[in-house]
Design a protein around this ligand. Structure first.
Ligand code: NAP
Length: 328
């Protein structure tokens, strides 16, 4: 049987994409076949689609680190045909064909049964970006962060991780400083619940001083580099930062002062390889006490054919909010 997928091919170190018909029998020998109903676009997919060998070693390849769909067949013991399920991360979309195809075949250990109070389409409004935001907040709350501790920040706030972090913080009663490169989106961010919006240029500087005015009790950083380096120095006593992204740079310029004089904690988040129980906990939160009723408002729904344009936008830092891939 045939299915449609986005295929990335390598030709002398350049990478081309096309929508192709592939055979289901050529999918990897994993135990569970899923008919994908929705996927979503993440920064990592754009890296895979543009030949980043740290993400995808071998081409031809179908990216897509997110998929929500229905079990078609499984030789495992956890799922039966017809179950509605969510798969994010692990090797899917990296070196195992991913959600930018109408079918995936993955090990049952990667799969989560969709919680009752969230639809398959809503789950892909969150996708890995939302899961990552949820994992960041989970770490901060485990460290004791509460709304009354003071302002929190979110960087890369118009992006996928950023926007959902902002919405979750707001829902849970926090005052949020939104840090963005898109000041023309100030109104949009204020409407989503930001208490103030700051131009990221004011932080994208060589380290200003190892200890700066203590402005934040914590935050979610999706950017890294100079912006994170400066924010580390602007935290209050016992603050915590969850860092997950690198769009602004890979290195960190810091000193031990914020750590030993203010008790700062810096947590790294890796959503792809998070334990399945932890992922399940976050999906359950999204369907209950962290439910975002307005999650669908900032989603752009596209078909498989529209993906290449959206991939270019995310690579150029021009994407706003989340892009969901919808199959027939
Ligand atoms: N660790 C994990 O498990 C995990 C999971 C998911 C994503 N990530 C990483 O998190 C980051 C964000 O992912 P995403 O899916 O939210 O991507 P995204 O939708 O492309 O958002 C990234 C946002 O970062 C800002 N930005 C872009 N270029 C920048 C630059 N040069 N300097 C500073 N800020 C810049 C932009 O927001 P503004 O214009 O509003 O500043 C952009 O919208 C990526 O590095 C991604 O790989 C990590």
């Amino acid at each position: 049987m045939k299915y449609k997928a986005l295929v990335i091919k390598e030709d002398k170190q350049t990478y081309h994409n096309s929508i192709e018909e592939l055979n289901i029998s050529d999918l990897p020998e994993n135990d569970t076949l899923i008919k994908v109903k929705y996927s979503s676009l993440n920064f990592k997919d754009a890296l895979s689609a543009s030949g980043n060998k740290g993400v995808t070693r071998n081409y031809p390849h179908t990216p897509g680190i997110d998929a929500a769909g229905i079990i078609e067949e499984s030789s495992g013991n956890k799922f039966k045909p017809g179950d509605e399920v969510i798969v994010t991360g692990y090797d899917m979309g990296m070196n195992t064909f991913g959600g930018f195809g109408e079918y995936i075949k993955v090990p049952q250990e990667w799969i989560i049964k969709k919680p009752k109070n969230i639809s398959l389409s809503e789950s892909m409004a969150f996708g890995t970006a939302g899961l990552t935001a949820g994992l960041c907040l989970r770490k901060l709350f485990a460290n004791g962060l509460k709304p009354e501790d003071g302002n929190v920040f979110v960087t890369g706030v118009t992006g996928g991780v950023g926007i959902i972090s902002l919405m979750l913080f707001k829902k849970l009663g926090f005052n949020v400083t939104a840090i963005t490169g898109k000041l023309d989106r100030e109104e949009f961010l204020l409407n989503l619940g930001a208490n103030e919006v700051i131009d990221r240029k004011t932080l994208d500087l060589d380290l200003i001083s190892p200890l700066q005015k203590p402005l934040y009790s914590g935050g979610v950083d999706a950017v890294g580099g100079k912006i994170l380096s400066n924010l580390i120095c602007s935290t209050s006593q016992r603050a915590a930062i969850a860092c997950c992204g690198m769009v602004g740079g890979l290195s960190l310029d810091t000193s031990i002062f914020p750590f030993i004089l203010r008790g700062l904690s810096l947590f790294g988040i890796d959503s792809a390889e998070s334990l399945i129980d932890v992922k399940e906990e976050i999906w359950n939160n999204f369907s209950s006490n962290w439910k975002l009723e307005n999650i669908d408002e900032n989603i752009k729904d596209i078909s498989l054919d529209e993906l290449p344009d959206e991939i270019n936008k995310i690579l150029n830092g021009n994407q706003i909010g989340r892009v969901r891939v919808v199959y027939d």
